[in-house]
Ligand binder design. Structure first.
Ligand SMILES: *Cc1c(COP(=O)(O)O)cnc(C)c1O
Length: 357
């Protein structure tokens, strides 16, 4: 790891850290952040770790007007045997570059960015919470900073990495969520930006999320934007169904985000000898499977919750209960196995843990 070219300006007075019980998600931020600038003339330059705080942008910065932005999300954990570890962080940096390609944002050097992230974690390591289920959430993102109202790719960008200690996603253990199948609004369409991790996808999804919340559901299940028929994702997670002993997840069609947890779940299930199929699955097929008593489990996957079991689902006039509203066996085993690897309490046969320090 080479940090020799990385400038570090230390915060004069360190912040007071929140209590473990008050963490929640993304409310508190650590003492420092990583910042790096880009211009077409210089490429990426001036990578630096500086005190966390507000940044100054021109009101005409292109990100405010046309939304040229990409982001990532990953977690660091303090383990007993290996010190601080990350879970497959190379996949996050690679995916950020893939999202950037779609948004016409310049590529970063993955090794440099990963090494900068590791140094930032090392500097702010006191912020990694140690309580059960807690972690340090890391949010790298790139914004178009060029002051200009012309509609085109910007010529200036800034990459930032901020970090937030987060509490256990499940305060009282994992509990299944209720899902509203959204048949009006769509999140993404073929040829759109659904496969990129970009803020615009979220901006487009908030309305449906509010409608579902008002109706008493905790998340939205997104259908494809062309036929309004095939299942894509759930909230900001990928989605899996266990039907008659087989696990099915929507194939990466171009409008679905290629989740790292999704990839890990598929690999893990296959290593257990559970058949996994990536294919189109219509909401109709799913409800029919339930009717026949073959829908055994449903769950979402993503970095924040890891595994989020689905206990009930509402589609048009039909409301179904899945796995008796309880956590399915498969979801439970996946949750324990993945979090065990992340926290260093289980062996890591896939080589997913990466030691920071
Ligand atoms: C980030 C994200 C996911 C989950 O990806 P992970 O790499 O598993 O965290 C799924 N869907 C959307 C829309 C996302 O933004």
């Amino acid at each position: 790891m080479s940090h020799s070219n990385l400038k570090f300006i230390q915060r004069e007075q360190l912040k007071v850290k929140p209590k473990a019980s008050e963490l929640g998600f993304g409310k508190y931020f650590t003492d420092h952040m990583f910042v790096m600038d880009y211009s077409t003339e210089q490429g990426w330059y001036d990578g630096r770790i500086v005190p966390y705080g507000p940044i100054s942008l021109d009101p005409s910065a292109m990100v405010f007007h046309y939304g040229q932005e990409v982001f990532e999300g990953m977690k660091a954990y303090k383990t007993e045997k290996e010190g601080i570890v990350l879970f497959r962080p190379d996949m996050n940096v690679k995916r950020m570059n893939e999202s950037s390609t779609r948004l016409s944002i310049p590529q970063v050097d993955p090794d440099y960015v990963l090494s900068a992230i590791k140094q930032l974690i090392e500097i702010d390591q006191e912020w990694i919470p140690e309580g059960d289920g807690t972690s340090l959430y890391i949010r790298p993102f790139i914004i178009a900073t060029e002051p200009c109202l012309g509609v085109r790719a910007a010529k200036q960008y800034q990459l930032l990495v901020i970090m937030s200690p987060v509490g256990s996603y499940y305060k009282e253990g994992i509990h299944p969520v209720s899902i509203y199948v959204e048949d009006h609004y769509v999140r993404a369409v073929r040829g759109g930006t659904g496969a990129a991790k970009t803020s615009g996808n979220y901006a487009a999804g908030i309305k449906a999320q509010e409608v579902a919340k008002d109706l008493g559901y905790s998340q939205v299940l997104w259908l494809d934007g062309v036929e309004n028929k095939y299942i894509e994702e759930v909230g900001s997670m990928n989605v899996f169904f266990k039907v008659n002993g087989e696990v099915i997840t929507p194939e990466l069609s171009g409008s679905i985000l290629a989740g790292i947890t999704r990839d890990s779940v598929i690999a893990m299930l296959r290593s257990w000898g559970v058949p996994v199929t990536e294919r189109k699955i219509s909401v109709e097929e799913l409800f029919e499977a339930h009717q026949k008593g073959q829908l055994e489990e449903a769950f979402g996957t993503g970095t924040a919750a890891v595994i989020s079991p689905i206990g009930s689902m509402k589609w048009e006039e039909q409301q179904i209960e899945i796995a008796g509203g309880e956590i399915g066996e498969c979801a439970h085993k996946l949750y324990d196995s993945i979090t065990g690897i992340q926290r260093g309490t289980l062996d890591d046969p896939f080589g997913w843990r990466q030691v920071v320090k």
